[in-house]
Design a protein around this ligand. Structure first.
Ligand code: FES
Ligand code: FES
Length: 160
């Protein structure tokens, strides 16, 4: 069955016809052409597909688009403002939090979800928030530093 999905996507309301069996990940990448969200394991194991639903990180490969009616969804494309990187994007850039970059959109959105609710997380809180996101390149140390750097920017008045 096809239904009309009404959501606020990256700050803008939209309505799209979606099949009941379409994954949120596939809706975003194939129907809306927001390809920043990555497909990794396609089974809830890697976190590459992480987006925010109502400011909470969600694996979009495990969520049917049709179940998102009325929600606010943010993808990696929502973060930069007029070409200016957000605090967490700057953190990953400045602290070299990405190598191949495949995991990066998911890790950034998981971090963004943390910082929206806790602008000054401890290292333990960062590790817990990112614990479901896999990176095969960095060893995670630079990613932790990136989130801490972003928290510092927010403390100095930068937007999350
Ligand atoms: S692609 Fe969704 S968790 Fe790996
Ligand atoms: S930077 Fe390559 S998987 Fe994380």
């Amino acid at each position: 069955m096809v239904r009309i999905l009404n959501i606020t996507l990256n700050g803008r309301p939209r309505a799209d016809a979606v099949g009941d069996n379409v994954l949120l990940l596939d809706y975003l990448r194939e129907q809306v052409a927001l390809t920043g969200t990555k497909t990794g394991c396609d089974g809830g194991e890697c976190g590459a597909c992480t987006v925010l639903i109502d400011d909470r990180p969600v694996f979009s490969c495990l969520r049917l688009a049709a179940t998102c009616e009325g929600t606010k969804i943010d993808t990696i494309e929502a973060l930069a403002d007029g070409g200016r990187l957000s605090a967490i994007q700057r953190g990953f850039h400045e602290k070299l939090g990405a190598q191949c970059g495949y995991c990066t959109p998911g890790l950034i959105m998981a971090s963004e979800g943390l910082l929206r609710h806790n602008a000054a997380p401890s290292e333990a809180e960062i590790r817990e928030a990112l614990g479901s996101n896999i990176c095969r390149c960095t060893g995670y140390v630079k990613i932790i530093e990136a989130v801490q750097y972003a928290a510092g920017l927010i403390a100095d008045g930068d937007r999350p």
